[in-house]
Design a protein around this ligand. Structure first.
Ligand code: ZN
Length: 350
């Protein structure tokens, strides 16, 4: 009897259950009322009591193994049944690789750079740590100007005359010092201010700074350039206005506003009910700045402008919180998939 149990176990273990038909045959052969195990139980009944004590656990063990194998095979066949009913179409195209997307600030930076490069501006870059002179002194900031204060600027602890640049205008000083007019240059990069982080301000952000120095450059050249930029960036129908302002390094100075894109100029919380949103500061380069860069203000004149890339991106994409740009939420970043930002008409098509 023990031999019979061993043989049946061996036979059972060699059976491979691949489909429902094999499963049913297995059930009939082993577990069913007319199966091999049931037949052994019939024989078992005839055994003397002493033999039953030995054989009983073995026979029960075999029965349990058979039932376990049956249940396991049945659940596997059930799980794969849908896949078998719907075979894979191997001729279908494969899934493409997951491609990342450009950061919205990179897209807008590309777009701004491209607009100015197409009208003859060169792209300049410079270090993020600069000297006091490049950031303030050469740009006509008075010694007691509040921007030079620790409250507004990050100075290096080890070398307090070095600081994290507060604007990309510092790059323009290097450009003016290294080159001679005519100069048409834009500087793009990250800048730092000692400000609390909120929806409207951050301790770092990005700027584009531009300048044009040549003989007989006038304010109308500046206006023409800004009109061109606003049209290329926000569309032809965009209204803009120049508003008198003050910057230490330009005279006269102006700030440029465009019609609020959220309320179409009717007034909302974003534009503080004014209908206008500031996008950049500009002006004619102060003669003192030209002199500081060894450029003769009697012979040359120039204009300069500067804008925050975050502000342009917020207006363009109607983003209401500055912090979204640096928090790296994938749901936010994935919205810009497919955008490159280079200026060729259909720049922002997805
Ligand atoms: Zn508005």
């Amino acid at each position: 009897m023990m031999d019979q149990i061993a043989q049946l176990r061996e036979k059972m273990n060699t059976i491979l259950i691949e489909d429902k038909a094999t499963l049913e045959r297995f059930r009939q052969d082993f577990i069913g009322k007319k199966g091999s195990i049931a037949a052994l139980f019939e024989t078992f009944k005839q055994l003397p009591i002493a033999a039953k004590k030995t054989i009983g656990p073995l026979l029960n063990g075999l029965k349990n193994e058979a039932e376990k194998k049956f249940k396991s095979a049945a659940s596997i066949l059930e799980a794969v049944a849908p896949a078998i009913q719907q075979p894979v179409d191997v001729t279908l195209p494969a899934f493409g690789p997951a491609i990342g997307s450009l950061h919205p600030l990179t897209i807008v930076q590309n777009k701004i750079s491209s607009i100015f490069q197409r009208i003859g501006f060169n792209l300049a870059e410079g270090p993020e740590i600069v000297g006091n002179w490049h950031n303030f002194g050469a740009l006509n900031f008075p010694e007691n100007h509040p921007a030079r204060d620790l409250q507004d600027t990050f100075f290096l602890q080890l070398n307090p005359v070095q600081l994290l640049r507060t604007h990309t205008t510092s790059v323009q000083i290097s450009t003016c010092t290294d080159q001679s007019p005519p100069i048409r240059s834009i500087a793009v990069g990250r800048v730092f201010r000692n400000e609390a982080i909120s929806a409207r301000s951050h301790c770092f952000f990005h700027q584009v700074d531009g300048m044009y120095i040549d003989t007989a450059v006038t304010f109308s050249d500046l206006k023409g350039t800004i009109y061109h930029f606003v049209e290329a960036m926000f569309g032809r129908a965009t209204k803009l206005r120049f508003r008198a302002s003050y910057f230490p390094f330009t005279e006269p100075s102006a700030e440029v506003d465009i019609h609020c894109r959220l309320c179409q100029g009717k007034g909302c919380t974003v534009c503080k009910q004014s209908g206008w949103v500031e996008i950049l500061g500009a002006g004619m380069i102060d003669p003192n700045v030209l002199t500081n860069c060894q450029i003769d203000p009697e012979q040359y004149s120039g204009f300069a402008f500067g804008m925050g890339i975050e502000r342009i991106a917020m207006l363009l994409y109607q983003i209401d919180d500055l912090r979204l740009f640096s928090e790296n939420h994938l749901d936010f970043l994935r919205q810009f998939k497919g955008c490159l930002g280079f200026s060729d008409g259909a720049v922002f098509a997805k």
